[in-house]
Structures are given as structure tokens and as C-alpha cells.
Ligand binder design. Structure first.
Ligand SMILES: [Zn+2]
Length: 221
């Protein structure tokens, strides 16, 4: 399987959760091997992340072992954005491929994922950021269905129930981010709110417990 790695801790949890679900209808050995393969591939690709620095193959070996498997092969060149591993549990083998999306490692406050955003939202956010003098940044803009799925799975794990997770992350298919109508801001949120008023931007914060979440006015009507 191929997995996309963003913020590694979150995505590792998300991937493990997805594997956990799949294990229900797969044989135990196959599931275990796949889990080990996924973990090993993620561990290897993590070493290629900007903050990594170890040997991808050593990381893959270790994570395979911790999951009860042994590493059979690792196509894991240092610094590469994709790693491919094969592991074995007894005579059951499994393969996994993990890919880093370098876009997701951009420093906050720089260019954001403007593609996919509604043009009016995008223009408003750019104006707000420009007027903030570096005090406000974009932490999340447009998200694909897949990215939303990963966030949702991660929230489900963290908060324990769909009901609780729902307070923090919209289920896949229901996020305004997927429609390109929402943006999450970081930094000085009070300043951001003030700038919305001062500049007369068509943005608002419809979710009381998410002060970082700004939407285009009228998005939900
Ligand atoms: Zn949001």
C-alpha cells in the first residue's frame, strides 16, 4: 500500500488505525505483516523528512522487528521521498510504500495550498496575511478528501468516539476545507479577527470552539 506522510506523528497514527480496521477481515498473520510493513515504510521515510537524519534501512529494520516481523528488503535511498519495504512474519510477506509530500513540510506562514481554494477566500487570506506583518500564518487551507480522511481517523483515535471527534474535525466529505471554503490560521488570532473587520474581508468564524477556523461568509447557506 502507499501512504502519504505529512505530520508524521499524526499520519502514523492514522495509518495504523486504518490498518487496524482492515485487520478485522484479514487473517491475523497477513494483518500483522501489513502493519509491520506500513510501520517500517513510515519509519524509513521519516528519516528522509527535513528533521530526520538517521539511516532509513536501520529505522525500517527496527520498526519491522517491533511489530514482530523481519525486514526482507528495503528500497530506501537516503534523502528520497519514497521508501519501499517488504517484511515477513513467518512465511507471510507484506509490502508497503510510504511517500513524503514535501509540500506538507513548508514552514508555516509561507505560501499555502492555494490551489483548490475559492478565489475570493484565497484573495482575502492573502490580504489578511500581508497586513499582519508576519503575525498571522495559514496552518491549513484546502484539503483533499484523503487528507480529511486521515485527520478524521486520527481524531477518532485521539478522542475515542465519532461524537467527540466530530467536535474537532469534520468527517470526510463534510469539511468546508474540502470545498475550498475554509482556512485555519495560526499566530495572533485576535489580530486576524481585527484585520477581518478593519479590511472588510468576507470572512467569519462560525465555530465557537475553533477560533482558528475562518470561512468565507455565506459558505454554509
Ligand atoms: Zn478548519
Amino acid at each position: 500500500m502507499t501512504v502519504l506522510v505529512g505530520t508524521l506523528s499524526i499520519f502514523l497514527a492514522a495509518v495504523l488505525a486504518l490498518v487496524g480496521v482492515r485487520a478485522a477481515d484479514a487473517s491475523a498473520a497477513r494483518a500483522r505483516a501489513q502493519l509491520a510493513a506500513d510501520s517500517a515504510a513510515l519509519a524509513a521515510v521519516a528519516e528522509s523528512a527535513p528533521y530526520g537524519g538517521g539511516d532509513p534501512e536501520i529505522a525500517a529494520t527496527e520498526y519491522a522487528r517491533m511489530n514482530g516481523a523481519r525486514l526482507v528488503s528495503c528500497i530506501c535511498p537516503r534523502g528520497a521521498t519514497a521508501m519501499q519495504v517488504e517484511v515477513a512474519v513467518g512465511d507471510v510477506t507484506a509490502r508497503a510504500r510510504a511517500v513524503i509530500e514535501p509540500e506538507l513540510f513548508r514552514p508555516q506562514g509561507e505560501l499555502f495550498a492555494a490551489a483548490g481554494m475559492h478565489p475570493v477566500l484565497r484573495a482575502s487570506v492573502e490580504k489578511l496575511i500581508a497586513h499582519s506583518g508576519g503575525a498571522v500564518s495559514v496552518t491549513s487551507g484546502y484539503r483533499s478528501l484523503r487528507e480529511q480522511q486521515m485527520l478524521w481517523t486520527s481524531a477518532l483515535q485521539r478522542y475515542g468516539s465519532a461524537e467527540a471527534a466530530d467536535d474537532w474535525v469534520a468527517p470526510p466529505g463534510h469539511s468546508m476545507h474540502e470545498k475550498g471554503l475554509a482556512v485555519d490560521l495560526g499566530g495572533d488570532l485576535a489580530l486576524a479577527a481585527r484585520l477581518v473587520e478593519e479590511l472588510g474581508l468576507p470572512l467569519h468564524r462560525p465555530l465557537p470552539h475553533e477560533p482558528h477556523h475562518f470561512e468565507l461568509v455565506g459558505s454554509r447557506s
